[in-house]
Structure formats: C-alpha cells, structure tokens
Design a protein around this ligand. Structure first.
Ligand code: HMG
Ligand code: MG
Length: 289
C-alpha cells in the first residue's frame, strides 16, 4: 500500500462523543470503551479533555480514565487542553499528545472557552512550551471552519489567519473542525482553496460533524484534494455542548468502510469498532425504570 492510499483515522468518540451526552458515563465504562477501541488499531484515540468540569462535567474524570486505560503500543492516547492548568493535568496523566482548540469565529470562541480568539491563543503559548519540554506533539483545532452557530458563515481567510497563528506558536498539526456538520463538498473545496497559501491539504486533519448527513461526501471531496487524516467517532456520537444543534462526528465505521471500499488503507479493524460501539451504546442507554 503506497503512502498515497494510507489514511490516518483518529477516534474521537471518548472525547467528542461523550462530552455532549446528557448523562455522565461512569469512568469504568469509558475505560472499557477506550480499551475496546485500542483493539481496533487506531493510530490515535482522543481519550478525554482536561477542561473545567464546570464547563464540561461529562469529562471531569479525565485523570481517572487515563490512569486505568490499557495502552496499546502503536496508539497515541491524546487529550484536549485549554490552558496551562489543563496541560499540567494532561502531563501528570501521561497523555502522549495534547490538542489545543481555537475557533475561526469570535462568537464560538467566547461561548466555548470564555475568551476572544486572541485571549485563547495567548493561553496556548505556555501549553506549547510545556509540550516541547515534555517532547510531546500538539494538535491545534480550528473550529467553525465553515459556519459558526453564533456568527453565521465563516470565510476561509479567517480560518487561514487562525491556522497561521497556531502554526506560528509551533503547533505540529492543524485540525479543521466543521463543528456544525452543515458543510457541502463545495464548502470543503472553498476552505482548502483559501488555505492553500499556508497549508497543504496533506498537512491537515479534517474533523467532520454530520448534522446534515453530508460528512461522507465531504470526506470524499477532501480525499480528492489530498487530505489523508480524519477524525471520527464510534457510533457517530458527539457534538459540542457550546454548538447548539450540531450532531455527532462522522461515524467511524461508515468512514472506514467508505475508505476501504475506495481502495484506501486505514489499519482499522471494523469488527473491533463494532464491539466498542455496542459497549458504549449500552452504557448510554437509559436505565429501565
Ligand atoms: P473560564 O470560566 O473563562 O475561566 O473558563 P476561569 O479561569 O475563570 O476558570 C473557571 C473555573 O474552571 C475555575 O474554577 C478554574 O479553576 C477552573 P472555580 O474557581 O470556578 O472552581 N479551571 C479548570 N479546571 C480544570 N481544568 C482546567 C481548568 N481551567 C480552569 N484546565 C476554560 C475557561 C477554558 C477553562 C473553560 O471555558 C473551559 O474549560 N472550556 C472548555 C469547553 C470545552 O471543552 N468544549 C468542548 C471542546 S471543543 C470542541 O468540542 C470542538 C472540537 O471538537 C472541534 C470541532 O468540532 O470544531 C474540538
Ligand atoms: Mg467536534
């Protein structure tokens, strides 16, 4: 299999999936979910977030979950961090990669992190320094790359400005978040066209939500442009508590099946994904009264 046909999948279900559920899944069920996902052979699993539990109570047990998961060699176990405090907790938990998250729109930045784009970027500088000192990579999310729930359409130039600022901070990977899940393939083409001067598609990860059922079409459009790294979520779980109306990430099994059927290799075992999905669905099922 040539590098051109190899696609990298980051499983985001334990983080993006569970942060938006009404119920708080017990830590033991999260650990079982991550362990089953490990069996599927993902190169990276986003395990949790070291954010304020006031903001995202669903992931308040990130340290406990990190301490109990089984770590498969070959899988990177990563976490979201919004600031220096989160970074300290992520390092103590032995996260192998961290993700900072900015937005391309002021409305979402304020709603999701309590600060302007500028405030949030300033919080990331010490995070990147600490990651360098600990020799772990940093992913930089840019949310709302097509549309913001508060500010409406987002021009690609705005995405490029924020991506450039993240790259200037020394971030290793840019992850483009289509937070609302409303994009059409033409929006994805416009987005990458706008980014072309800063960032080749092959250097980005695309994080698609699937509110309007177009995520697979959007992934196909991105593949045609040269994108080879995607986030997805087992069972299509997910959403952001601060992006009202947005549904889950593109479903891992559907994405991997589409890629395999199109002649791409992911190294992901679909039977193992199915076992992990059943277990987390069971944990999310309301108890019979
Ligand atoms: P704030 O309220 O503006 O700031 O929150 P603060 O510094 O006043 O902190 C508030 C409280 O949180 C304080 O506690 C701090 O100590 C505590 P209190 O004194 O009130 O008891 N605190 C923390 N606790 C634990 N860990 C920390 C931490 N930092 C402060 N790291 C803050 C600012 C950034 C903390 C807050 O806004 C926050 O945690 N936001 C996270 C929101 C979030 O996780 N959203 C979902 C992830 S992003 C997403 O889903 C999009 C993505 O999927 C891509 C896409 O789809 O586009 C990535
Ligand atoms: Mg997301």
């Amino acid at each position: 299999m040539t590098a051109e046909r190899r696609v990298r999948i980051t499983e985001a279900g334990p983080r993006d999936g569970l942060q938006n559920e009404r119920s708080v899944v017990p830590a033991a069920a999260k650990v079982a979910f991550v362990d089953l996902l490990s069996d599927a052979g993902f190169p990276e699993i986003e395990v949790s977030s070291f954010v304020s539990p006031r903001w995202v109570p669903q992931l308040g047990d990130a340290s406990e979950v990190f301490a109990a998961i089984r770590r498969r060699p070959g899988t990177v176990y990563s976490a979201l961090v919004p600031n220096e405090r989160g970074m300290e907790a992520a390092l103590a938990a032995r996260a192998q990669k961290v993700s900072v998250f900015a937005a391309a729109s002021e409305g979402f930045s304020k709603a999701n992190t309590g600060g302007s784009i500028e405030d949030v970027l300033a919080r990331f500088a010490p995070v990147v320094r600490a990651a360098r000192a600990a020799s772990i990579p940093v992913r930089g999310y840019v949310s709302c790359v097509v549309r913001c729930p508060y500010d409406g359409p987002v021009p690609p130039e705005r995405v490029r400005e924020v991506a450039d600022r993240l790259l200037a901070l020394g971030i290793d990977e840019i992850d483009l978040g289509e937070t609302l899940g409303v994009a059409e393939p033409a929006d994805i083409e416009r987005l990458y066209d706008g980014l072309a001067r800063s960032l080749a598609p092959a250097r980005t990860t695309l994080h698609l939500h699937d509110t309007n059922g177009r995520a697979l079409d959007n992934a196909r459009a991105a593949l045609a442009l040269g994108v080879r790294s995607f986030d997805s979520s087992a069972g299509g779980l997910g959403g952001c508590p601060y992006a009202p109306g947005a549904r889950g990430n593109v479903d891992t099994a559907a994405l991997v099946r589409m890629l395999h059927d199109s002649g791409y290799d992911t190294g992901v075992d679909l039977d193992a994904v199915s076992r992990a999905t059943s277990v987390i669905r069971q944990a999310l099922r309301p108890a019979a009264s």
